[in-house]
Design a protein around this ligand. Sequence first.
Ligand SMILES: [Zn+2]
Length: 262
Amino acid sequence: MKSDDFDLKADLQYGAEPGVNSFRNNRMVIFNAKSMGLLRQQLIETLGVEEARKTLFRFGFQSGYSDFLSIDKNYDFDTPEELLKAGPKIHTDKGLVKVETHEMEYDKEESIFHFDGSWHNSYEAEQHIIYNGEADVPVCWSLTGYASAWCSGFSEIPVLAMESKCEGMGDEHCEWSVKPIDEWGEEAEPYINAIMDFFKGDKLMEYYSYMEEQQGLEGKIELAKETNLPETRASTAVDSKENIRMFREAIEEILGKQPPKL
Ligand SMILES: [Zn+2]
């Protein structure tokens, strides 16, 4: 299939169970953009800009990573290029941003990856401006996290998306490019730190290369457990009960203690 044939609307199961919408066994939820904007703003005010940016980048990264795993596993694209372009398509279908892609170049053997394009109607820039006015720096942190994760999954090396223009800065549209982390300068360090912290460097690559071998979900879960990555364990849960158990374990590991009972 082509990336343009991918249609989230057609494959999203509204009411898969009462109160549950699902996409390929992943529960999907819909929030009013204003409520996401409020949550985002409270992160900025509570944690400060730097930590809020890292948290939102990780949030976007998890979303892009989960989508890549799900779509890579469940769809058969004609070419690798069509799989790569399915990322911008689902990002657009989710109503987060309209993605236009420009140049792309990749060679997995040579660890070459370059991809760039533009974003229009970024919900994140819109919400940032509502609360803070125009920024001096790009603000689509969860969107760049999403693009970084999708492209890292595809290229099997850690790559990072950064914006050179952003609607949140008053630009007409956002412009982004994705390339290997060692090709960015010091402006990328906070984002790179967020990625390395999230996936603990080469463990991510080990996980991706295992996926490439397509040894099945059971095997992937075992490896995710072995590599001790809470996020990958949670991403590979087989059903909702298993999902809840894995996420509780992941939260316990991240917090270093049991999640509080309320
Ligand atoms: Zn932007």
